[in-house]
Design a binder for this molecule. Structure first.
Ligand SMILES: O=P(O)(O)O[C@H]1O[C@H](CO)[C@@H](O)[C@H]1O
Ligand SMILES: Nc1nc2[nH]cnc2c(=O)[nH]1
Length: 293
């Protein structure tokens, strides 16, 4: 379970991949986007695309999950240079945790300052409905609490400090911007804020686990994002993360509901257009001197 120090990539490995990408694209993006399960349509909005299949990128893992296309898309969104992961990596795919978070360090070395992430998640908060979009304000990192943290192993100060702070993991100004943009677009009815809990997966939660996570303060549960957030914050990028509530977590022994990936992808399809508009409007309003227009 504990990552071997040797499974990490060196700064030079990451730099070689970033330089390889920069040479091919000539585009230095300020915004990086990570698409969750079934939410990869966002990448299709980029203009003047340069696309790489993950299998062609040096050091990159492969996407193995349905709903994660496995393409890195460079281009412009609302005139801003962006790079978009159409598909992310998860612990349950069997990759070491340093490997699933490698793209965050590549983002940093490409020049990215702001990372916008999406994911599909189960709703634990009884006030949430399927189709709600939760702005993540904090997380519970279950694999991390058990010792599986992407920063385990030797620390390279060129990326960041040995003991990074996580009380400011989710940028408060970006959260406010998401709320403002959501209100402007008329999405107030389905926009929520809350705490995301990451588990290892791939099995969904038992009823007792859902009840426990809810008591611990989690509003939504999933199998991703947090590892990427930790690595992105370690190297100084600002982060906003959004959870699409694709299913209600089952909390009741009388319930007939059963969590399944098909429902997750189906809800993604239904809300994709609004999520894409929310993110692309945010991209247009992010300023990179740390201000927002
Ligand atoms: O978090 P993303 O990548 O959106 O995917 C979520 O959806 C899958 C389960 O349906 C899991 O991989 C879970 O983490
Ligand atoms: N762990 C977990 N991940 C999800 N991804 C989408 N829905 C869920 C869920 O209910 N549980």
């Amino acid at each position: 379970m504990f990552p071997d120090a040797n499974t990490g990539y060196t700064y030079e490995d990451c730099k070689a991949t970033a330089d390889w990408l920069l040479t091919q694209t000539g585009l230095s993006p300020l915004v990086g986007i990570v698409c969750g399960s079934g939410l990869g349509g966002l990448a299709d909005l980029l203009k003047d695309q340069v696309v790489f299949n993950y299998k062609d990128i040096p050091n990159f893992p492969q996407s193995t999950v349905h709903g994660h296309a496995g393409r890195l898309v460079f281009g412009t969104l609302k005139g801003r240079a962006c790079v978009c992961m159409q598909g992310r990596f998860h612990l349950y795919e069997g990759y070491p945790i340093q490997k699933i978070t490698l793209p965050m360090r590549i983002f940093k070395l490409l020049g990215v300052e702001t990372v916008l992430m999406t994911n599909a998640a189960g709703g634990l908060n009884q006030d949430f409905k399927v189709g709600d979009v939760m702005i993540i304000k904090d997380h519970l990192n279950m694999p991390g609490l058990a010792g599986n943290n992407p920063l385990s192993g030797p620390n390279d100060e060129r990326f960041g400090v040995r003991f990074p702070c996580m009380s400011d993991a989710y940028d408060r100004e970006l959260q406010q911007l998401a709320l403002d943009v959501g209100q402007d677009l008329g999405y107030g009815d389905f926009l929520r804020e809350g705490v995301y809990c990451v588990l290892g997966g791939p099995s969904f939660e038992t009823i007792a686990e859902c009840r426990m996570l809810s008591k611990l303060g989690a509003d939504a549960v999933g199998m991703s994002t947090v590892h990427e957030v930790i690595v992105a914050r370690h190297c100084g990028m600002r982060v906003l993360a959004l959870s699409l509530i694709t299913n209600q977590a089952v909390m009741d022994y009388d319930s007939e509901e059963k969590a399944n990936h098909e429902e997750v992808l189906e809800t993604g399809k239904q809300r994709a257009e609004q999520l894409e508009r929310l993110i692309s409007t945010m991209v247009a309003r992010i300023e990179h001197n740390n201000n927002y227009v």
